[in-house]
Design a protein around this ligand. Structure first.
Ligand code: FEO
Length: 393
């Protein structure tokens, strides 16, 4: 346990080796599962627990620190990386009540098979005095599940927002000491799981802006002792402004699509647009997600295979559609040998995006001068759209 403030402690389980979350999301920097302990003069509360793979670490920390009584286990979020050790905590501290809102309570009963009589159900804005320390709870739904709440410790002005503002970053530093690294990790985290819920997250930010916050202690990654770093970053990410950038995600089989991508990329750069190019055979999905946070335009590049889009291009389109970035424009480039429905398939996978689809450029076989000229035309159109949107000169 490490002290954040008198009688307020961080209990971290550092997972240096985890490389995948949800069997989907790359974790190049590992992660931490952060619990916190708040000791009042009357009651002691544990805020969240740890992933089931790290239950032993959490319990060892509690025992080694001589914690012989826990009255409340606050569960901010039912997902198992924070709730999964609750049954073990309750077995060790059988008088503890699980404090959470009604929705999270219902989910915890489904996911962990906890009995209803173990809960103390609280409402949005409710306070829980511990004796000299007062916890206040606020619902912050859809960061990234519907039930999530946060705790504000009034006397110390610490916000415990669970996943919200977190970062998957295994580090021995309790506090943010490498701001660019934490910024990148937090942006990756936002992009991968928060971005689909951008409108609700905006409302949650407004709600929390009424609090005086001196410190933000999330459930993943280091603690922010300068909260403005992450609050300003989130305001930027959830805002409506897009950047003069084109995400160009492609796969190529026999070089035709690659030749088009290379030409198109140069054409965009010559016109002053920033290009973020991703080869989908080797892409880190997180880096693609980060690029989608700000880019005004996404262009998918695919050959035609098995009569349709290359499955890796379809996967990228599916993921982009699920992440719902604020991207404004989209297009498709690629090639075919004798026919197929590549364009229709990819366009049909982007229905969640509020984008204007700029007419695709598709070459038959290896691209010819007319195809390269069409790519120049596509770059001109994208530039004109960005200029009209006020983000390009
Ligand atoms: Fe860190 Fe949504 O769990």
């Amino acid at each position: 346990m490490q002290e954040l403030k008198p009688d307020v402690y961080s209990i971290r389980a550092i997972d240096w080796d985890r490389r995948l979350f949800d069997e989907l999301i790359p974790l190049p920097e590992g992660t931490t599962y952060n619990a916190y302990l708040v000791e009042g003069s009357d009651k002691t509360a544990l805020l969240d627990t740890a992933d089931p793979t790290k239950t032993g670490t959490l319990m060892s920390s509690l025992v080694a620190s001589g914690i012989d009584r826990i009255d409340y286990v606050v569960s901010h979020h039912a997902e198992q990386d924070h709730s999964g050790s609750i049954p073990t905590v309750l077995a060790r501290y059988p008088d503890a009540k699980v404090v959470t809102n009604a929705k999270c309570e219902s989910m915890l009963m489904d996911l962990l098979h906890l009995d209803g009589d173990k809960f103390l159900t609280i409402a949005d804005g409710q306070m829980l005095p511990l004796g000299g320390k007062t916890l206040q709870f606020f619902d912050i739904p859809w960061v990234h599940w519907p039930e999530t709440l946060c705790t504000y410790l009034q006397e110390d002005r610490i916000l415990f927002p669970c996943d919200f503002f977190g970062s998957h970053l295994a580090t021995s530093s309790l506090y943010v000491d490498d701001e660019p690294l934490v910024y990148e990790s937090a942006k990756r985290y936002y992009a991968e799981i928060m971005m689909p819920f951008r409108p609700v997250i905006k409302k949650n930010l407004e709600k929390l802006s009424k609090l005086q916050i001196d410190m933000i202690a999330p459930s993943h990654g280091p603690v922010y002792n300068r909260p403005e770093i992450i609050l300003n970053a989130y305001k930027d990410w959830v805002g409506d402004q897009v950047k003069n950038e084109v995400v160009l995600a492609y796969v190529s089989m026999h070089e035709s699509t690659k030749l088009m991508v290379e030409h198109f990329s140069k054409a965009l750069i010559q016109r002053g647009l920033a290009v973020k190019q991703f080869n989908l055979t080797t892409v880190d999905l997180g880096r693609l997600a980060i690029a989608l946070v700000d880019a005004a335009t996404i262009v998918l590049g695919s050959p035609t295979v098995l009569t349709g889009a290359h499955p890796k291009a379809a996967y990228a389109a599916f993921v982009a559609n699920a992440l719902r970035p604020k991207t404004r424009f989209a297009s498709i480039i690629g090639s075919f040998g004798w026919g197929g429905k590549m364009v229709e398939q990819l366009a049909g996978l982007l229905t969640n995006l509020k984008v204007e689809l700029i007419p695709p450029v598709i070459a038959k076989g290896q691209p010819k001068e007319t195809d390269f000229a069409a790519l120049d035309g596509l770059a001109d159109q994208i530039l004109a759209k960005h200029q009209a949107a006020g983000i390009a000169k």
